[in-house]
Ligand binder design. Structure first.
Ligand SMILES: [Fe+2]
Length: 344
């Protein structure tokens, strides 16, 4: 195996011209770009979005652009490796901070990419998915899976802000991303499935022959339940407390491509995970600390978001007790059969 492959410049100009005319190109000068040795070379760079820095910009968007002119009033968190305006935070994860003001609604639509909302601040917001009204309390995780009708509304009296996480970059790459508009949905007059069918871990509606289950039976994961579970695990488990968000009927990740993992670090606790082949975004629900990612130090506080490229060397250290949600593309990589963890 040669360390150095031939370059384009080593080829005669007339041959290069003839290749261009014929619409072909030699692989060998480009091969290491797409098949580097040993590990991928990500374009993604470590990103950090301080909520105190972004929040005033988002509120100003509320003054400058009425929701009717925006449909979704969102500031996109662009990967520093791809530059300002990039519609992605990592290769597969799109992140945006969305603002809904009291009395506003965001019209119904459905689209091929799947989304998750993690509520950052405010009370009284809600999302309607397929007729089910999902309250949005701070820290709640709300699914709007691909193909499901969804709209947002706000009955409270202060701004509501949430973090959107979508597998949009993947669908753009597939040339499969599109949306269909619709009317605001009629809402079923009952609490959401997390309060009715799946209110206790380990219990699901009784199976009956011939009665199937919905593909996405539970679309809201209330933060109060997640935090209580994390605290129990932190009190009695070993190492860091981590819980995956799962579909309560199948036990699989909540969405086909993206996965979500709640994490709790006690004050001064250090977490140095193995090098993972998936990219990650960390959203801080509460607490503060410092993370070193591929040599870059990030001092984070409540409601901040930061990202790590594939195979990043990560070390978190909590300053105070910290609660985070890690967004990652491990489900997609597992489906493709290549998810990998390497020892540090
Ligand atoms: Fe949407």
């Amino acid at each position: 195996m040669s360390e150095r492959l031939g370059t384009l410049e080593e080829l005669p100009q007339d041959y290069r011209d003839q290749m261009v005319a014929a619409g072909v190109a030699p692989l060998w000068p480009m091969m290491r770009n797409v098949l580097p040795h040993g590990a991928p070379r990500p374009m993604t760079r470590v990103g950090h979005w301080s909520f105190p820095a972004v929040r005033p910009l988002l509120l100003r968007a509320g003054e400058l652009t009425p929701v009717e002119k925006a449909e979704r009033r969102v500031l996109v968190l662009s990967d520093p490796g791809r530059g300002s305006g990039a519609m992605q935070a990592t290769a597969t994860i799109y992140l945006g901070l969305q603002l809904l003001l009291p009395g506003e609604s965001a019209p119904a639509h459905r689209h091929t990419p799947s989304a998750v909302r993690i509520v950052v601040e405010g009370q009284g917001g809600y999302t309607v998915v397929d007729g089910e009204r999902l309250p949005m309390e701070p820290g709640d995780l709300v699914l709007t899976p691909g193909g499901e009708w969804h709209d947002h509304g706000h009955d409270g009296d202060k701004p509501v802000i949430w973090l959107d996480a979508l597998d949009l970059p993947l669908f753009v790459q597939l040339e499969g991303s599109y949306a269909i508009e619709g009317d605001l949905q009629a809402q079923r007059n009952r609490p959401d499935a997390s309060q009715v069918e799946y209110s206790a871990a380990g219990l699901a509606p009784s199976r009956r022959p011939g009665r199937g289950t919905r593909r996405y039976p539970m679309m809201r994961y209330p933060w109060a339940a997640t935090e209580a579970a994390l605290r129990q695990m932190a009190a009695f488990g070993e190492g860091i407390a981590e819980l995956d968000y799962i579909n309560p009927e199948t036990g699989e990740d909540v969405l086909p491509a993206l996965g979500f993992t709640a994490m709790m670090l006690k004050a001064d606790q250090v977490e140095a995970p193995p090098l993972r082949s998936c990219s990650s975004a960390f959203h801080v629900i509460a607490g503060s600390g410092r993370s070193e990612i591929d040599g870059q130090v990030i001092d984070w506080g409540p409601k901040d978001t930061f990202t790590a490229p594939v195979f990043a060397r990560i070390r978190h250290e909590a300053e105070s007790e910290a609660l985070l949600v890690r967004i990652h593309d491990r489900p997609l990589q597992e489906k493709l059969g290549y998810y990998e963890e390497r020892a540090r």
